[in-house]
Design a protein around this ligand. Structure first.
Ligand code: B1M
Length: 212
């Protein structure tokens, strides 16, 4: 099992997107714990990729192929995470904020929330303040989840919260934020309701925020 997880991790690091499906399916057949596969193979691979990028050992194209490989692996796991839930636990709008194209973490949060029975509306990446506010008004979610991976796009989270206040709808929705550069202190500073460190915590917090 350990060997197979290591192999999956190396496949993502090397961006071997043609091989990932076979290996993830093999791991599922062997009964590998899905959380282990997500955390100890797929996510930890992206940590290595990020480190290598920061050290200028690899560049954007390599990072992109690794991301694509990870996404392919996650797509196979996604249906298995869904619980047999018929009634929605609550409505969540998710997006990556304006200027930011990173979506793997957000997608993982969406998958875990759906798996836990939430109805998730994913607005995608590079979401402008205006588009987020319009969707909040239209869909009236219980929770608005904002993701940012760049220090330069973190201020967009505060802009969304300011606009919710300006439009007098801040009290109607709980705001949860997350992403590698974001912290609990930052969440407090900008007036968010919660900060999720990872996808599992995001689910626990969504439940808490909604009160179920
Ligand atoms: Co980019 N990138 N990237 N990148 N990239 C980082 C973020 C970086 C840290 C790499 C580095 O330098 N070490 C760095 C940011 C530096 C900074 O701001 N301080 C960086 C940079 C600089 C850039 C570009 C500027 C590079 C360039 O063009 N010169 C560029 C920016 C593009 C843009 O967005 N405008 C860029 C581009 C890209 C790719 C497109 C190539 C690709 C993204 C592909 C995609 O997402 N579709 C990419 C990738 C893959 C990364 C790294 C390597 C991996 C990110 C990732 O997917 N991690 C990343 C380095 C790193 O983070 N180690 C890096 C795995 C994912 C599961 O984790 O997203 O953290 P994460 O999500 C976690 C938690 O954070 C949390 O739960 C998730 C699951 O546990 N979470 C939430 C996330 N959102 C949440 C929301 C919640 C709650 C929890 O509630 C709503």
């Amino acid at each position: 099992m350990e060997e197979l997880l290591k192999e999956i991790k190396n496949i993502v690091i090397a961006g071997k997107h043609k091989e990932i499906v076979t290996f993830v399916e093999k791991a599922i057949q062997q009964g590998i714990n899905l959380d282990d596969m997500i955390n100890n193979a797929l996510i930890s691979a992206m940590d290595v990729v990020g480190q290598r990028f920061a050290n200028a050992e690899i560049f954007v194209p390599e990072m992109l192929v690794s991301a694509m490989t990870m996404k392919k692996g996650l797509e196979i796991i996604k249906p298995l995470l869904k619980e047999q839930e018929s009634q929605s636990k609550g409505k969540v709008i998710l997006c990556t904020v304006k200027g930011d194209l990173h979506d793997i973490g957000k997608n993982l949060v969406a998958m875990m929330l759906e798996g836990a029975g939430f109805e998730v509306m994913d607005l995608g990446v590079d979401s402008t303040v205006e588009s987020v506010i319009a969707k909040v008004k239209e869909l009236q979610p219980d929770v608005l989840g904002l993701s940012a991976l760049l220090t330069t796009t973190m201020p967009e989270m505060e802009n969304v919260i300011k606009e919710l206040k300006a439009q007098e709808i801040r009290e109607q929705v709980k705001v949860m934020i997350g992403g590698a550069p974001v912290s609990a202190d930052f969440a407090k500073k900008i007036g968010a309701d919660a900060y999720g460190e990872d996808a599992a915590e995001a689910v626990a917090l969504a439940r808490k925020l909604i009160g179920n």
